[in-house]
Design a protein around this ligand. Structure first.
Ligand SMILES: [Zn+2]
Length: 136
C-alpha cells in the first residue's frame, strides 16, 4: 500500500529547459515581430492516424517543422517570403534588412577603419613632429 507514497516522493526534476535556445528564439521573434506572416495557405498540416497534427509542411519552400512556433517563425522568415514573392505574389515586399550578424560585421569593419585612420593620423603627427625637431 506504500506504492502511492513512493510515487509521490519521486524527485521533482524541474525541467532545466534549454534557455539558450529560448533566448535566441525570442530574440529572433522580436526581430521579426514587425513582419506579417504570409502564405499560411501553403503550409500543410500533417496528421497522424488519430488526426493529431504532428508536422507542418511548407509547400513553397519544401520544408517541414514539427511545432507551431517554428511554423510561425518560418512564415515570417526571409527565405519563405522570398519563395512566396517568387511563386505567389511578386508584389510582396521583402525587406532587405541586414541581419544582426551582418550589421555586426559592418560595425567591426567601421571600427577597424577608424582605428586605421587614427593610426595614420598619429603617424602623420609624429612625422611632422620629427621634421620640426630636425629643422626647427
Ligand atoms: Zn516556406
Amino acid at each position: 500500500m506504500d506504492d502511492a507514497k513512493v510515487e509521490a516522493s519521486k524527485p521533482a526534476t524541474p525541467s532545466q529547459g534549454d534557455s539558450k535556445t529560448e533566448d535566441s528564439l525570442s530574440a529572433l521573434a522580436a526581430l521579426q515581430s514587425d513582419v506579417q506572416p504570409v502564405g499560411h495557405d501553403y503550409v500543410e498540416e500533417v496528421r497522424n492516424d488519430e488526426g493529431k497534427v504532428i508536422r507542418f509542411h511548407c509547400k513553397l519552400c519544401e520544408c517541414s517543422f514539427n511545432d507551431p512556433n517554428a511554423k510561425e517563425m518560418h512564415l515570417k522568415g526571409r527565405r519563405h517570403r522570398l519563395q512566396y514573392k517568387k511563386k505567389v505574389n511578386p508584389e510582396l515586399q521583402v525587406e532587405v534588412k541586414p541581419s544582426i550578424r551582418a550589421r555586426k560585421i559592418q560595425e567591426e569593419k567601421m571600427r577597424k577603419q577608424m582605428q586605421k585612420e587614427e593610426y595614420w593620423r598619429r603617424r602623420e603627427e609624429e612625422e611632422r613632429w620629427r621634421m620640426e625637431m630636425r629643422y626647427g
